[in-house]
Design a protein around this ligand. Sequence first.
Ligand code: MN
Length: 248
Amino acid sequence: MSEEEQPTILITTGNTHFTDRRGSPATDWVVSALYAQSIRAAGGFGLVLGPSGGNEADSMITDALRVMDGLLITGGAFDIHPSYYHAESHPSSGPFDDSRTSLEVALLKAALKADKPILGICGGMQLLNVVQGGTLIQDLSLLTEPLEHEQRAPRSEPGHTIKVAKDTLLHSIVGVSKIGVNSTHHQVIGELGSDVVVSAKASDDVIEAIEYRNASFALGVQWHPEAMEEKVHQSIFEHFIRAAKIRA
Ligand code: MN
C-alpha cells in the first residue's frame, strides 16, 4: 500500500426494526457517523457492514476479509446475549441483536486469524473479551459502589478517569497514565478471556480497556473515543489506521 492510499476499515452495525410511514415493517442499519469521521480524520476509509441475511459464517466473511485492512467493532444500544458466555440472562440485560452479534463474532474470528488490526469500542470491547472465552457482568447494579458509568453529560465530556497500565499497547498509544473518558455502558467485563490483558481500569476497578497478547493490534476500549475531541482519544484511531496500513 502506497503512502497516499487509505486502509479500508470495516465498521460494524446492527439492525434497527421499525414501522415505516406506510405501516410496513422495515429494517435500517444505524451507526453513529462519528466512527467513520474519526477513521477518515486518521487517514482511513470506513465502510459500514451489517447483517445481510444468509449464512454469514461462510461467503460473506470471505468477501469481508478481502476488502478490509482493519476491523472496527462498534457499540450500540444492545447487549451481547449471555448465552455467548454461558450465563443465564439477568432481568437488566438486553435488548439483544443476535444477527449482529453472530456477524461480529464471525468477523472478529476471521480478522484475528488473518491478524488484521482490530479496534473494539464499548460493546465491541466486551465482544473481544467474550470471543476469547471471557464473561460480562450484566448490569452495574450487580457491583458494589460502582462509579457513574452511565453519565448524563454529553459524550464529548469525560464522566470519570481511567488509569492506563504500563507496558501495554494502550499506554504506548496515549503515552499517559491517566485519561478522562466518557462512560455510557451498563455492563462491564467479568472474567478475562484467554490471552486478554487489562490495559486500563477505573478507580472502582471496572475494566475500561483490554488488548490481546497474541495479535499485532487488537485493542478494546469501554468508552467512546470517537465522541471526544482531545488528541489523546483521536490518537487511538491514528495508531489503529497506522497498524492497518502496515498490515495491508
Ligand atoms: Mn466507564
